[in-house]
Ligand binder design. Structure first.
Ligand code: ATR
Length: 275
């Protein structure tokens, strides 16, 4: 029987993970199967117990279970601990290893696929929730010249600044949206959940410096209000999270199987026009 993997979430019908991992498995010749599990709300642990009892080797975790997965694990990577959330698990007997590849996947997409390294750049991160937390350490590892975290509720942005400073970073600041007036950045990331409701974070259009990359972490929403704002401000480099999705999957795949899949075919297939 092939080794069993799956993604668990609720709802799960729209997940691209079975397609992505199926493509990776075929391309790398790995004998594995990858399913989608709709975990019952409030019943995450039971669903994972059943998957493991049936021989399951690893899971990807999507909304709303990333915190449950973190709690379920017996060992957690540093980046999962920092994010307080897990998006991948590996099962080894009684051991349950948890990691979080969202942030590294994002950085790999930006630095490698889009060829926009963060080193020395002015970087703006919008939002201070789970998605922003996941990006924090991977961003800092790239050595940005400046990292500003803007959030509606300033306390959450300051929490992330404190985490960054505890990790030794000195170039990180937190602020509110109005305080962004008059500041411009080379890379602007929307890590708020606003786009999921077609809302626009109240970011001034002046944050986009000439040649700026505007990156929407959400995927498959077309031209979101944030990307439209950027486009109207003259930004020519727009991206959504399709590359991040593929790269975090590749990280998990390599963690499980020891083989690094090529993401180009998957990204080409899943890319939707930003219109
Ligand atoms: P996720 O796991 O997707 O990051 P989350 O942890 O609930 O979700 O965090 C959502 C983030 O989006 C928060 O930073 C939130 O800002 P607040 O902390 O001030 O609530 C931000 N957010 C959601 N809707 C927003 C909107 N319309 N404008 C600006 N920020 C928004």
């Amino acid at each position: 029987m092939p080794d069993q993997y799956a993604v668990i979430g609720n709802p799960i019908g729209f997940s691209k993970s079975p397609y992505i991992h199926g493509t990776f498995a075929q391309a790398t010749g790995q004998d594995m199967a990858y399913a989608a599990i709709e975990g019952p709300l409030g019943g995450f642990a039971g669903a994972v117990d059943a998957f493991r009892a049936a021989g399951g080797r690893g899971l990807n975790i999507t909304a709303p279970f990333k915190l449950d997965a973190f709690a379920y694990a017996t060992e957690r990577s540093e980046r999962a601990r920092l994010a307080g959330a897990a998006n991948a698990m590996k099962f080894d007997g009684e051991r349950v290893l948890a990691d979080n590849f969202d942030g590294v996947g994002l950085v790999r997409d930006v630095a490698h696929n889009l060829n926009r390294p963060l080193k020395g750049k002015r970087v703006l991160l919008l939002g201070a929730g789970g998605a922003a937390r996941g990006a924090l350490l991977p961003f800092l590892e790239q050595g940005p010249g400046e990292l500003v975290i803007a959030n509606r509720s300033p306390g959450k942005a300051q929490e992330l600044v404190a985490i960054a400073e505890a990790a030794g970073a000195r170039q990180v600041r937190g602020c509110t949206y109005p305080e962004l007036a008059g500041q411009a950045f080379d890379l602007v990331f929307n890590a708020t959940s606003a786009s999921l409701r077609a809302e626009l974070p109240p970011v001034p259009a002046s944050v986009f410096a000439p040649g700026c990359l505007a990156y929407e972490l959400a995927y498959g929403k077309g031209l979101t209000p944030f990307l439209r704002l950027a486009q109207n401000a003259g930004v020519q480099h727009l991206a959504d999270g399709v590359g991040m999705l593929a790269e975090q999957a590749a990280e998990a795949f390599e963690w499980w199987r020891g083989v690094r899949p090529d993401t180009r075919a998957v990204i080409a297939k899943l890319t939707l026009a930003l219109i």
